[in-house]
Design a protein around this ligand. Structure first.
Ligand SMILES: [Zn+2]
Length: 477
């Protein structure tokens, strides 16, 4: 659940004159030694060094960073050659090619027909991730076609769009109109890919609450309309839960933070805000903001307000308050701002639970539960409400998730009749924490537990909590 929204570091200005660097004619300057070459080439993954370019201000904390393939372009007033870019030791290294044979990498491609032209998607990936790559190139093709038809804005990217798996990316993905860097799976999930392709259209546009918000929300629409599957930590209930946690802790920041710290803002807030806009103005409001952004490159709050005003929203003047600008929230739901004409029920049900629970103390329910978090461990929490898959769990550390009923265990003492040989239980370990296991022996009110990690311990009834029997069925549907 790490932050998936990143800075676009490089704005490319593509030049029309192609420049072909000669591999035997590397420009003079920095001459890396063998060790530096090994690092910068990722131990030979890249071969034939075309050029090194000293740009110390791009410095990074990593030993080496891969940045994918670039056509000839201008960057910081220099003409940068075509090639694969890595960054190490204050220099950009430009390589002619990936050594596919020796590096364990593979390349696949796919042609797709778009409104105005056909393009080729090309993906380079680690061979062991071939299934992921084949799925990725298919969903990216569908996603690009979706965005074209949804927004009406033709694909603005390159004829060959390159997708590039990288193991050195600190974030999950990054994209512009010529290529996408995507972290190896599971980090480089479908949702991340769908987020990134929105940046083919809006790379470099401002403010980030709009360019990233659109990437968030349009990717959500693609996932929903194609029933693409999420990985665990990607789910919107987790993202929204994170934001409510920050609201409780009073760490909430407006999306338009003046210091451009968008990455520090809980992304659930961005998702909810765009859902509210959709519920009020539907697809046409989203498209309107999208097309204004890509044509004008920079939208002021005043411009955004003028777009809101076209949609018969009762309180469109207040739609920025608390969300985008500092101050109180005028409302938490789309219905606080006007008539909901395009409901998103799956978001509404979550939001209603969170808002009712977190923001109205009288609704607090004190039945404690143990619930399984995505790390497969069980933690104490309470149940503020229901959600599509089961119950919303608010954990003691403030994390929230929508959890299947079979992964929730009431924190109540079981009756001695209910605990049998073979019962699945959570049992207290020596450190005072509870772990899952199976009752393997019952003798004189002592229960021997065979924990799932194969440790054994004898405990009393008071140290047991029964796991519902349907836990084993998890994952079937
Ligand atoms: Zn983004």
């Amino acid at each position: 659940m790490s932050n998936k929204y990143f800075t676009i570091l490089f704005i490319l200005l593509l030049t029309s004159n192609q420049l072909y660097a000669n591999p035997t004619n590397m420009k003079k300057g920095f001459l890396p030694n063998q060790e530096q070459l090994n690092i910068a080439s990722l131990n030979g993954k890249y071969r034939i060094l075309l050029e090194t370019i000293y740009i110390p201000e791009d410095d990074i904390n990593e030993l080496v960073h891969e940045d994918g393939f670039y056509s000839t372009h201008k960057y910081k007033n220099r003409v940068m050659p075509e090639g694969y870019y890595t960054y190490s030791n204050s220099h950009w290294f430009v390589w002619k090619e990936i050594d596919l044979v020796h590096s364990g990498y593979k390349r696949i491609s796919k042609s797709i027909q778009l409104k105005e032209k056909s393009i080729k998607l090309e993906m380079e990936f680690l061979k062991k991730n071939e299934n992921w790559a084949e799925e990725s190139i298919e969903v990216i093709a569908k996603g690009i076609q979706f965005i074209e038809s949804f927004t009406g804005v033709p694909y603005p990217g390159n004829q060959t769009y390159r997708i590039f798996e990288t193991q050195t990316l600190q974030t999950l993905g990054r994209a512009n109109s010529s290529r996408m860097l995507i972290a190896s799976p599971p980090k480089g999930s479908i949702w991340t890919q769908m987020h990134e392709i929105v940046h083919i259209w809006n790379v470099g546009t401002k403010p980030r609450w709009i360019s990233e918000g659109l990437a968030n929300f349009i990717s959500y629409l693609i996932m929903r309309d194609h029933s693409f599957s999420y990985i665990d930590g990607d789910r919107y209930e987790n993202w929204i839960g994170k934001w409510f946690k920050e609201r409780i802790q009073k760490k909430d920041l407006p999306l338009n933070d003046p210091f451009d710290q968008y990455d520090k803002i809980a992304q659930g807030k961005a998702l909810v805000y765009w859902c509210i806009l959709y519920e009020l103005g539907g697809e046409s409001l989203i498209k309107d903001i999208f097309t204004s952004l890509v044509s004008e490159k920079n939208l002021s709050n005043r411009k955004v307000s003028s777009i809101f005003n076209k949609y018969e929203i009762t309180h469109s003047d207040k739609l920025l308050s608390g969300w985008i600008t500092k101050g109180n929230y005028y409302g938490n739901f789309a219905s606080d701002y006007g008539e909901v004409r395009h409901s998103l029920p799956e978001i509404d049900i979550l939001l209603t639970s969170y808002v009712n629970y977190i923001l109205s103390p009288k609704n607090q329910n004190t039945v404690k539960v143990w619930a399984k978090w995505s790390d497969e461990k069980w933690y104490l929490g309470i149940l503020p409400g229901s959600c599509p898959k089961g119950k919303i769990v608010l954990f003691e550390d403030g994390d929230m998730s929508c959890t299947m009923n079979s992964k929730i265990v009431q924190d109540i003492l079981p009756g001695s009749k209910d605990v049998k040989y073979g019962s699945r239980v959570l049992a207290k370990w020596r450190n005072g924490k509870y772990y899952p296991g199976t009752v393997s022996q019952i003798e004189n009110k002592n229960y021997t537990i065979l924990f799932d990690d194969e440790e054994k311990l004898s405990v009393e009834l008071k140290d047991l909590r029964l796991i519902p029997e349907n836990e084993l069925k998890d994952g079937i549907n």
